[in-house]
Design a binder for this molecule. Structure first.
Ligand code: ADE
Ligand code: ZN
Length: 352
């Protein structure tokens, strides 16, 4: 492969067709939109301005982020709010050449404040349907349980979702990881799988590799969200490679939440070179300094990824998605074509 010139990486990342599989819709709430919603809903924020809020985006760990994230989510009240939030994200993704997204939402964050589950679901679903019709971007919703709350509450959340289960593709597990092992949710995940939902779970972000094993063995997850701490257990790395368990890695998030000291210290390249099915994602882009393309570009720079790595990462996003096999095959071929077209634009003498 030709030597990678740094200045063509942003153009390559833009040209590649991409999927995003680890994205919390509440984490796309930009300060400007948060203030607009606070105003129209009559909700008071303790920050005086957009700038003051942004200045608070300096986190020590996952918990310090979650405290602010849940606080700001309190501006989300109506179906329209959830629609507008998702519509803004999907518009950005279409502009970045993202073709498929799988979106986490945390019903408990909202129902605990008196917001109806249907308002959340209907707002998000409407935005997804509009984006597919207008921009051809497909999307799925992943109902995520808050692991720092009880298993009983998670079960009640699942039961409340049963009448509209056709709108949900999967269940997930997020929020404060340490001290909240996957096994706590074994019964609710068993019920969700019995209802036909796929299971995924955050594991090995701040929590130990044992939580990754537990998510696989007790929750029967189809992929692991984050999973970067697997490296501490070589046998687990071997298992993830052999079983090709997808890891939805979020590089900028990991640096902002101090899982790694810097992007240059991130283990994404090592995991990729070890043969794991690694994908790049943004997690909570409004809080962590960049959406999907920025995660690709900054990770490439910090870890000196090859162009071939970027193509592999883009393809892994579709391979690891919940799309049916035929749709995956179409997207995978389209990524290869996009790269070929990109090479021609960079070198007009190259034969297509
Ligand atoms: N909720 C939103 N972002 C999260 C993350 N990175 N880890 C766990 N829970 C989350
Ligand atoms: Zn996450």
């Amino acid at each position: 492969m030709a030597n990678t010139l740094p200045d063509r990486i942003p153009a390559l990342v833009q040209a590649l067709l991409k999927a995003e599989l680890h994205l919390h819709i509440e984490g796309t709430l930009e300060p400007e939109l948060a203030f607009a919603m606070a105003k129209r809903n009559g909700v008071a924020l303790r920050f005086d301005s957009v700038e003051a809020l942004r200045a608070a985006y300096d986190f020590d760990d996952l918990q310090s982020f979650l405290d602010l994230y849940y606080e700001i989510a309190s501006v989300l009240r109506t179906e329209r709010d959830f629609h507008d939030l998702a519509a803004a994200y999907l518009e950005r993704m279409a502009a970045e050449n993202v073709r498929h997204v799988e979106i986490f939402f945390d019903p408990q964050t909202h129902t605990a404040r008196g917001v109806a589950y249907e308002a959340v679901l209907d707002g998000l679903s409407a935005a997804l349907a509009e984006a597919e019709a207008a921009r051809g971007i497909t999307g799925r919703l992943i109902l995520s349980f808050l692991r720092d709350r009880s298993a009983e509450e998670a079960m009640a959340t699942l039961e409340a979702a049963l009448p509209r289960l056709d709108r949900i593709a999967a269940v997930g597990l997020d929020s404060a990881e340490r001290g909240n092992p996957p096994a706590k949710f074994e019964a609710v995940f068993a019920r969700a799988r019995a209802e036909g939902l796929v299971a995924v779970a955050h594991a090995g972000e701040e929590g130990p590799p044992a939580y990754i094993r537990e998510a696989l063995d007790r929750l029967h997850v189809a992929r692991i969200d984050h999973g970067v701490r697997c490296e501490e257990d070589p046998n687990l790395v071997a298992r993830l490679r052999i079983e090709q368990v997808p890891l939805t890695v979020c590089p900028l998030s990991n640096v902002r939440l101090r899982v790694f000291d810097s992007l240059a210290d991130h283990n994404l390249k090592r995991l990729l070179d070890a043969g794991l099915l690694v994908t790049i994602n943004s997690d909570d882009p409004a809080y962590f300094g960049g959406y999907l393309s920025t995660n690709y570009v900054e990770t490439q720079r910090a870890l000196a990824l090859e162009e071939a790595d970027l193509v592999t990462l883009a393809k892994n996003g579709f391979t690891a998605s919940l799309l049916p096999a035929e749709a995956k095959a179409v997207h995978l071929a389209a990524v290869d074509h996009a790269y070929e077209d990109f090479l021609v634009t960079q070198d007009p003498h190259r034969l297509p």
